[in-house]
Design a protein around this ligand. Structure first.
Ligand code: SAM
Length: 429
């Protein structure tokens, strides 16, 4: 139970623009390999690692996404092992590739052979000497123009011929980013919205050139990474669910750096929708792909509004949301019910003295600000002896996170929900 003294604990929070990194280059080394919703700014991960984990040896990002925190950790010599967990196969692929050093000479050798094979295929297809086998998945023609489907199919079949798994995955990441670039989706949306008829008429992507551009840019990143990364660091990418018992041994982790989802996937960021087209092109099981948003935190609304969660801040907020809209309240609650399960698991895997750093968004629902920073602090303190060290509040200067979303899931019905992030630092005593 949360003791009265903890509930009344004064939590130090400061608005600190030095965490904004307004003009920072966020794409250095392998950080620019692939876009992903609500990516962490690498400079934030770096500063957290250097401030709270200078002596840490084992880092965990339990909501790893594209692996920003993991990649940063592998750029520091003190880490023996880093763990990343995610339920999204696209996140697992991107994070794996970003943290796997590959010698440039090998990549370049494969690149030359690959380009030659593709050029031969494009020529043969143009002269009708060869027919490419096109994949089929639901609505493929709705999301891609016919010539784009042909070009992507040629690229995909040639990537499949790359024998070395790490190099093949490296190509697949550039391919996945290209799928997004050349699809008929609106480029400024994370959810799946098709371009307007007018935009579609002007949309004539050069798929091969776009892929080449993505791949070459990633080659430059990898060249830098190979020279600066800690090659003795053991990177473990886990296709697991942080709500459950994970394969991480008890008390092993001495630093957590993470940015969890901002709320349930229906009304905040739909990682599954963002990843769907790329994953379908990569050949993942459509059922698994469609299920991503359901297995994300808060993917299924709670049946009841009763909850046994030990967070005074959540209790107070839920009361307000229920008054406004009980159905919406179930969406909100589902996220925290799931988050509380993660807290239990994170408490199990961390050792005493570990620092836990969470970058969270305090979203607004029905005009009510949800204090996620305080709720997660409550949940940890209800579990074990955690000291709240500090909460830094930063501006979100760039568009890496949609500032406005569609709370009613209606296209165009936007409401400004988030301009700031809260960086919560806890210490396990
Ligand atoms: C805000 S994103 C992380 C972004 C990441 N920091 C980056 O820089 O790319 C949150 C991630 O949590 C993942 N996630 C959601 N539910 C999860 C769960 N139950 N277990 C593990 N990961 C989960 C989502 O798939 C998403 O990739």
């Amino acid at each position: 139970m949360l003791s009265q003294s903890l509930v009344k604990e004064k939590r130090t929070k400061t608005f600190d623009t030095s965490w904004d990194f307004r003009t920072a280059d966020t794409k250095y080394s392998n950080h620019g390999f692939h876009s992903y919703p609500a990516m962490m700014i690498p400079q934030i991960a770096r500063r957290l690692i250097e401030t709270y984990g200078a002596k840490a040896e084992i880092l965990l990002d339990p909501f790893m996404g594209s692996g920003t925190a993991l990649l940063e950790a592998t750029l520091h010599q003190n880490f023996r092992k880093v763990y990343g967990i995610d339920i999204n196969p696209l996140a697992l692929l991107i994070a794996k590739v970003k943290t796997t050093p590959i010698k440039l000479a090998l990549l370049k050798e494969e690149y030359v052979k690959f380009m030659q094979r593709c050029n031969d295929d494009f020529r043969a297809v143009n002269f009708k000497e060869k027919i490419v086998e096109k994949p089929y998945f639901f609505n493929i023609d709705f999301w891609f123009k016919p010539h784009v489907i042909t070009d992507l199919a040629i690229l995909k079949s040639n990537i499949a011929k790359v024998e070395d798994e790490n190099i093949r995955n490296f190509f697949l990441v550039a391919f996945s980013e290209t799928v997004r670039d050349v699809s008929n989706t609106r480029s400024n949306e994370y959810k799946l919205y098709r371009k307007s008829q007018d935009m579609l008429r002007k949309h004539n992507p050069k798929t091969f050139l776009k892929f080449k551009e993505n791949l070459e840019s990633n080659l430059v990143g990898m060249e830098e990474y190979v020279n600066i990364c800690n090659k003795s660091c053991d990177v473990r990418i886990l296709a697991e669910d942080t709500r459950n018992l994970t394969s991480i041994p008890e008390g092993e982790v001495d630093l957590i750096v993470t940015s969890p989802p901002y709320g349930d996937s229906r009304t905040t960021v739909a990682y599954g929708q963002f990843s769907r087209l790329a994953l379908q092109w990569l050949g993942y099981d459509p059922k698994e792909v469609l299920a991503i948003d359901k297995v994300s935190l808060g993917g299924i609304p709670t049946k009841e509004l009763e909850n046994g969660l030990e967070s005074p801040h959540l209790a107070q907020t839920m009361k307000q949301v229920i008054e406004q809209d009980p159905k919406r309240a179930k969406d909100v609650l589902s996220f925290y019910v799931d988050f509380a399960k993660c807290v239990k698991e994170l408490d199990r895997v961390t050792k005493k003295g570990a620092f836990l750093c969470f970058v969270v968004g305090n979203r607004t629902v029905k005009g009510i600000k949800i204090p996620t920073d305080d709720i997660i602090t409550d949940l940890f303190q209800a579990q074990n002896n955690y000291k709240h060290h500090h909460t830094f509040i930063r501006n979100i200067p760039s568009k890496r996170m949609p500032r406005s979303n569609s709370p009613t899931n209606v296209k165009g019905n936007h409401a400004v929900t988030m301009n700031e992030e809260w960086i919560v630092i806890l210490e396990k005593l």
